[in-house]
Design a protein around this ligand. Structure first.
Ligand code: FES
Length: 108
């Protein structure tokens, strides 16, 4: 049995992404896409699993809770990174988040 230790890392100020918006952030060389939906933050890997495009450059649909890739329109849930529409087949990694003293923390 393997045990994974999560490291809580500062991502951004909680007011850096408005409600209903999404934005790219870097932690080191890792590029992440953060979504603010009703004050709750969701974070997934920004690079699409289908090709070379960033989900933060695409459309955010908070009704369906998906990010749409700007290149071919693949859909990914921003809750768990699962593909929700062709041609996306593989999930993007999603990350647990929490807000501490006005700062969004992400578990890497
Ligand atoms: S590159 Fe994202 S759906 Fe093709």
């Amino acid at each position: 049995m393997t045990t994974t230790t999560l490291t809580w890392t500062e991502l951004c100020a909680a007011d850096a992404v408005g409600d209903g918006a999404h934005k790219a952030f870097f932690i080191g060389t890792k590029r992440l896409c953060a979504v603010n939906h009703g004050g709750v933050f969701h974070v997934v890997d920004d690079l699409c699993t289908h090709g070379v495009a960033y989900l933060s450059d695409g459309y955010l649909d908070t009704d369906e809770c998906v990010l749409e890739c700007p290149l071919h329109g693949g859909l990914f849930s921003y809750h768990d990174g699962c593909p929700k529409g062709d041609p996306a087949e593989k999930p993007v990694r999603s990350y647990e988040t929490r807000i501490v003293d006005g700062v969004v923390m992400v578990a890497l």
